[in-house]
Design a protein around this ligand. Structure first.
Ligand SMILES: [Zn+2]
Ligand SMILES: [Zn+2]
Length: 260
């Protein structure tokens, strides 16, 4: 069995074919998917998906690329995270690739999410792009290691991975690890401890080989697992089992939910 630790199945490309998306998960042994929030405006849809489907969980947060969306307060995030199927705060973090200029508001927003995460004791889902040093610095300053979380869609070096591991974070690999050119990411996937690794699709984006360029979906997380099995010289089953156990340890540790 496999778990997609990060997807956006509330986005219209996937939401309009939800029955098919869920059937494909089942057909590919993908037991569970975490539908990650990117703003407060769409959070009700995510919560509804999670409430209606046993295999779907939710997170609440405002993405660093969403400059125009409602700025969340710590109290708002904590309040929305009270629902039993909301298992994390995020995605949050820093993105110096898509947005330029004075990004102090991104760093302030990131700090708000970390404080909310510590207050409600739910782990963080961190997005970082061309901003690794600031991301790690703010995580350390705000005590993100107290709650832990995941560096999602990991595209950084082994040094950054090690620093995140030292802060009690997991590393999640997306379809990018299947791309031929992703040599550094493949190396990180070989080296980090299996017990700190997660897999994800980030669908509808970033479809893995052999679907690269097409619409991605949670069922394809199996192809991410296949690549990691190949890189580490272990079986597909071992990758599926370890990453699913890791997911449950990270996101369900303080909860009475019985996750499948
Ligand atoms: Zn992201
Ligand atoms: Zn995402």
């Amino acid at each position: 069995m496999f778990i997609d630790s990060h997807c956006h199945i509330n986005f219209p490309e996937l939401a309009q074919n939800l029955d098919e998306v869920l059937a494909n998960m089942q057909g590919n042994d993908v037991s569970t998917a975490l539908c990650v929030g990117v703003n407060l405006e769409n959070f009700p849809q995510i919560l509804q998906l999670a409430a209606q489907h046993d295999q779907i969980y939710a997170s609440v947060g405002v993405h660093p690329d969403h400059e125009q969306d409602t700025e969340p307060t710590q109290a708002q995030l904590v309040g929305l995270a009270q629902h039993p199927k909301v298992v994390a705060i995020g995605e949050t973090g820093l993105d110096y690739f898509r947005l330029k200029g004075d990004l102090e508001w991104q760093r302030t927003r990131f700090r708000t999410h970390i404080r909310a995460s510590r207050e409600c004791r739910k782990p963080l889902i961190v997005h970082t792009r061309e901003a690794a040093q600031d991301t790690l610095r703010i995580m350390a300053e705000e005590g993100a290691d107290q709650v832990g979380g995941v560096m999602h869609c990991f595209t950084e070096s082994m040094e950054v991975a090690q620093a995140a591991l030292d802060l009690n974070f997991y590393i999640s690999f997306s379809g990018i690890v299947t791309f031929k050119s992703a040599t550094t990411i493949k190396e990180v996937a070989r080296q980090i401890p299996l017990e700190r690794m997660l897999i994800e699709t980030d669908s509808p984006y970033l479809a893995p080989v052999p679907f690269r360029g097409k619409l991605n979906q949670p069922a394809y997380v199996k192809h991410v697992a296949e690549e990691i099995a190949k890189l580490r010289g272990i079986s597909l089953e071992e990758v599926g089992q370890a990453t699913s156990e890791n997911f449950r340890r990270l996101f369900f540790k303080d909860q009475t939910l019985s996750p499948l």
